[in-house]
Design a protein around this ligand. Structure first.
Ligand code: SAM
Length: 317
């Protein structure tokens, strides 16, 4: 039975006893429900798309087709890493192609991608990142990865020649020492050979990093050049880089890991781990901080630091 109230209201506003809502309100509720359903469907679609992208990215990283860090969103800063560069040159010596298995070459090329990415994102990146002696299967693998993505790596130099060219510099312009892609140094067209004194000066500014050195590096200095052995050898070749540094008559040094932490395993790290440690040191001027930030915790000898419980959260060592 209609009440006085409902009889005087327009029909669409009358309350339906079964639902306690006017027709207008019911329409509004139905519309809201429809919109809500559409919203849920949209959310589900977005979740699916994200999931698919995550899977594609993981597959690409697993296949070594892209760098895990390169696909993440970068913080919005003017410079890639945001801060002033550290004015020193970092060299990755790729002159070990023949000593690696195909699998190790794949690991190495992934490490090169991590290296580039780490330097690009660092708050204080090395001002120059140079890859020397690029050749053989390492080059083939790089060419095949991500449509030769390394050719688009900004602020990198690629030399077919050895790092020794840094101080020998005896290449006439007709024999361009670089292969694609090369952002050749400004003076690479010089036909002049450095004077012995200049060459010696340059040679003195170079340090080859190797875990086999008896020297420990205490600080990095602007104006110097730091060479890292671009090899993945699972420690098969002891003294390989040490001998190379001695043959080149340049300084060599190991990271001062033992001063700060006891490692349960060997102190030989991967190329990108060493680079990340150097970048962290540049940022913090604190080796201990740098080691704790980068070295996989499973390598630590069950120690704790400042109350931190050591757990296995590290990557490939
Ligand atoms: C996998 S290691 C290569 C090991 C190789 N058997 C050698 O003779 O150095 C890759 C490179 O990372 C650097 N590296 C690794 N661990 C290091 C450490 N504890 N101190 C200094 N450099 C290190 C070195 O430049 C080394 O050549």
């Amino acid at each position: 039975m209609e009440t006085e109230d409902t009889r005087t209201k327009p029909e669409e506003e009358r309350v339906t006893p079964s639902q306690g809502l006017s027709k207008k309100a019911q329409k509004r509720a139905a519309k809201a429900a429809r919109l809500h359903e559409l919203k849920l469907e949209r959310r589900a679609r977005e979740r699916e798309t994200k999931k698919r992208k995550r899977q594609e990215r993981a597959r690409a990283v697993a296949n070594g087709e892209c760098d895990v860090n390169a696909t993440r969103k970068r913080p919005k800063t003017d410079a890639a890493g945001g801060g002033s560069p550290f004015n020193a040159r970092l060299v990755i010596d790729l002159g070990f192609d023949e000593l690696m298995t195909d699998k190790e070459i794949n690991s190495l090329t992934s490490q090169l991608a991590y290296t580039y990415s780490a330097n690009r994102r660092a708050p204080h990146a090395f001002s120059s990142l140079l890859f020397t002696s690029i050749n053989g299967r390492t080059k083939e693998r790089l060419d095949a990865m991500n449509d030769a993505g390394y050719r688009r790596w900004s602020n990198t130099e690629w030399w077919e020649e050895s790092y020794e060219r840094i101080w020998t510099r005896s290449f006439p312009p007709s024999q361009s020492p670089s292969c694609e892609p090369t952002n050749a140094p400004a003076d690479s067209t010089s036909t002049e050979t450095e004077t012995t004194a200049d060459a010696d000066e340059l040679r003195k500014s170079v340090v080859y990093f190797t875990a086999d050195s008896e020297n420990e590096i205490l600080e990095l200095k602007e104006g110097e050049t730091y060479v890292i052995g671009g090899i993945c050898d699972h420690n098969r070749y002891k003294n390989l880089c040490l001998n190379k540094a001695n043959a080149s008559q340049i300084r060599h040094a190991r990271l001062p890991i033992g001063r700060y932490i006891a490692l349960a395993t060997r102190k030989v790290l991967t190329v990108n781990q060493v680079v990340e440690i150097l970048l962290k040191w540049v940022e913090t001027r604190d080796w201990e901080e740098a080691f704790w930030a980068v070295i996989p915790k499973r390598k630590f000898q069950g120690v704790e630091r400042g109350g931190d419980i050591v757990s296995d959260s590290g990557g490939e060592g």
